[in-house]
Design a protein around this ligand. Sequence first.
Ligand code: CU
Length: 200
Amino acid sequence: MYRLNRVATMVFGATLLAMLVLGGSAFAQEEKSVELTPSRGSGVSGTAILTDVEDGVKVELSMKGLPEEGVKHINHFHGGGTCADDRDGRTAPVTIPLEPVVANADGTGSETSTVEDVTLDKLLGDDQHRFILLHDKVKKGQGVPPGISCVDLPQRSTNTTFENLPTSGGVPPLVLLVIPLGLLLVGTSAVLLVLRRFIA
Ligand SMILES: [Cu+2]
């Protein structure tokens, strides 16, 4: 009786710990990498890595092929359109500004921003088409300069009216981990409870 209780406690404890560790790391590692491609013949391309962090989503932009050293390139999330629209001259509005990218001598440039109070799921799964757009050099009196590099963000939500992008991820990995571990926990506890009653 005493031993069985101890075993039950240990199994329960170990399973709980595994759930926390696996669940926690799955959350921390949730990230999405997308490639920006040149617009308007700019030759400017790059990578954006979006990562779920504690207070929001971290956005790391790494560009190459920037034409002029020291030039500051503003860039944003835009919502309600696509890169194709922008390339056709119909640019959807800015929804989230990011830190500017400043060009190095070799044409590279990067920035890191944290979009607060949002999750990757929400950013990718909301009911708006979002894209990241990097703009040309700001000139006085010109307003927002044209986009020179762009990427459409994948949308993984199914409960929206926008259906022209295939849903990719399905159930998030965290849920996939927690469900079997939860079942294991419940199952083990139940077996041990029955065993305990049976022996006692
Ligand atoms: Cu913009």
